[in-house]
Write a protein that binds this ligand. Sequence first.
Ligand code: E4P
Length: 273
Amino acid sequence: MKIFIDSAKVSEIEEAFSSGFLDGVTTNPSLLKGAVDELKERGEKLDLAQYIERILTVAEGTPVSLEVTEYTYQNMVEQAKRIYERFNPIANNVYIKIPINPVFEGAEAGEFDGLKAIKELSGEGIPVNCTLVFTPEQALLAAKAGAAFVSPFAGRVDDYIRSQNGMRFNKSDYFPAQGMWREEQVLEDNGIVSGIDLVEQIVEIFLNYEVTAEVLAASLRNARQVREAALAGADIATLPLYVIKDLVSHHKTREGMEKFIADVLPEYVEITR
Ligand code: E4P
């Protein structure tokens, strides 16, 4: 399974890439806003285009998803092409994020605008990451339209199931892949019992039809969920930096380190200097 960092902070992306095992980057408008707000709060001057170029350069050789902020078919396609033409020449690694369905209250968008945009862009050789996927049906249609990556938002499924059932939780709390039960009934969203269940169902459907789109498990919040995404067969997991660090952490590893370092023989240090 490939590991992407889900961040728009250059410092985080650099730190993650310095590990040597990173396979790509995903951003979204909220992540970009968070990164830029932080820089502004620190009083740093910012040229947004140059900032995005830095992200692309750090991640050279691996895909970087940049999202459209328009939401009608025509506008999304035009903006996507502008993004691609402007930024892809930097490191030849831009993927365009298109929502599966851009309709929301007050938006004059059509239900199929996302799919139409995916089809047109993919047809012109612009790789698309289809975002905001919450059902296997959406994933299947995104793949049929030609998306290279399909991004189920696993953590947000868990958040939704918990909040619909009046639970209090922290976003990084573990949610069991097999779902949660109450009064002998599994809590679910239209047959999806957890974010990982959504990933698993998409992987299974893609295998049934030899779909070539890659399943990009997004919105993952803790290491155990990443393990479960891998067990479910996700092609890619995109993770915030704190989750990437969580992947290499264990209390006993830290404790073992403390003991080994406390036991170091000075002669050993001497001969290995
Ligand atoms: C993925 O591409 C999304 O940017 C991201 O994983 C969303 O994560 P969140 O639900 O933690 O905001």
